[in-house]
Ligand binder design. Structure first.
Ligand code: ADP
Length: 396
């Protein structure tokens, strides 16, 4: 399949031509992908359900429609020469049909199917000897309860909804029977709690012809309540040996999926320095946003290069980079205001990215700020200053 796709792609002239790249999803990832795409002058079409999709003004043509609807996705695919995604929850039957009819799609629908469902994703790691926390799959909550009754499952564990969870909203630590009452009745997995000292991520870029590059290992720090990443730190402040192990495992994962494009591999570094794969995202990822300012080639540019089978760009960093997520402050809902944005922009090496969502809500991802500095300690200090200064609030 890849050889076919490769020859087909090599015959195409992407630059300032009639070639059309389709992107399923028009959120912030799509917006940043399109900003990089401007360098290449490649025509882009975007499909997204929201009239106010952040990516809508940066593409050549915007189509409003459901990403889960077979006909909408199929018809959209018929208008483009190559299709990619910025969100993995899309109609896969439509993608299968488009691929059958000759459309090149990266990541492949087959890979997306393996990833879309967390249960299937975890099974895949077990089948491929990729280290991951032990898990059990359940068709619904009742199925999980029965397993507890039969002592086949024990408290505590991490409950995860199998599909359509994101940013921690489909993840809960379950310590006792009463915790079960608050869980939705959906297909789910129960996972062993990992005693980890760090959460890490490695982004792998893999092109159609198999050229592979990895970004440096990043460290993630989480907001204790919202379960969202607060800081992404590049490079992670970890031992070189641990970084090597994490990179090797990420490469194995990308190879096992035969992945084309970017693959963000989220990892746990356990207390005894084992590396376990938590989950992957087959696309540009929050943990790689720092790369726009800090790397020689941003993750978005390398996603384009990978899927177009162009030589991959240098993934090394020019400077230390830290990313701070800008999420809606608690207690504010309505038209957004970025309080103190001028104050943080007066600091050297600070760049805000505003995604273009007009309404804020508690914990909604509204933007991020990148901090770059020659010196990591100074970058970390500035990141905290940024975090303590800027607030995403609303006028009312
Ligand atoms: P999402 O897809 O919503 O990002 P994740 O599977 O990444 O969900 O889980 C969100 C967070 O929950 C992780 O970043 C981590 O902090 C915590 N978590 C997930 N799985 C485990 C686990 N097995 N043990 C301990 N903490 C976990």
């Amino acid at each position: 399949m890849f050889i076919f796709a490769q020859t087909q792609l090599l015959q195409m002239n992407y630059f300032s031509s009639d070639f059309k790249l389709g992107i399923l999803g028009g959120g912030q990832l799509g917006k940043m992908l399109l900003t990089e795409n401007r360098k290449f002058d490649i025509q882009t079409l975007v499909l997204d359900p929201s009239e106010e999709a952040p990516a809508r003004y940066s593409c050549n043509a915007f189509y409003r429609g459901s990403l889960m609807d077979y006909d909408t996705v199929y018809q959209f695919g018929k208008m483009v020469n190559l299709l990619t995604i910025e969100i993995e929850n899309v109609n896969l039957d439509a993608l299968d049909k488009l691929e059958e009819e000759g459309l090149v799609i990266f990541p492949s629908p087959k890979t997306l199917r393996l990833i879309q469902n967390k249960g299937r994703q975890k099974d895949f790691y077990v089948e491929h000897n990729i280290p991951t926390a032990p898990h059990q799959r359940f068709v619904d909550l009742n199925d999980l309860r029965k397993s507890l009754e039969k002592d086949e499952l024990e408290f505590p564990f991490v409950w995860k909804c199998a599909q359509f969870g994101y940013d921690g909203n489909g993840v809960k630590i379950v310590r006792s029977a009463s915790d079960l009452n608050n869980l939705p009745d959906v297909e789910c997995i129960a996972e062993q709690i990992v005693p980890y000292k760090n959460e890490l991520a490695v982004i792998v870029a893999r092109s159609v012809s198999g050229e592979v590059k990895t970004y440096p290992v990043v460290g993630m720090e989480f907001h204790p309540e919202a379960n969202q990443v607060e800081y992404v730190i590049c490079p992670a402040r970890i031992d070189e040996k641990v970084a090597q192990k994490a990179t090797e495992i990420a490469l194995n994962v990308s190879e096992a999926y035969n992945h084309v494009g970017l693959l963000a591999v989220e990892l746990f570094q356990t207390e005894d320095d084992e590396i376990l794969v938590n989950e992957v995202a087959p696309r540009p990822h929050n943990s790689g946003h720092y790369s726009i300012e800090a790397s020689y080639t941003s993750q978005f540019e390398n996603h384009l290069r990978s899927i177009l089978n162009l030589p991959l760009g240098n993934t090394a960093s020019k400077v230390a980079g830290i990313m701070v997520n800008l999420v809606g402050a608690e207690g504010f809902s309505g038209p957004v205001v970025y309080e103190n944005i001028e104050k943080i922009m007066a600091i050297d090496g600070v760049t805000p990215h505003i995604y273009g969502k007009r309404e804020t809500r508690p914990f909604r991802k509204m933007g991020h700020v990148t901090i770059v500095n020659e010196n990591m300690t100074e970058a970390r200090r500035v990141a905290e200053e940024v975090k303590n200064s800027i607030r995403v609030i609303s006028v009312q």
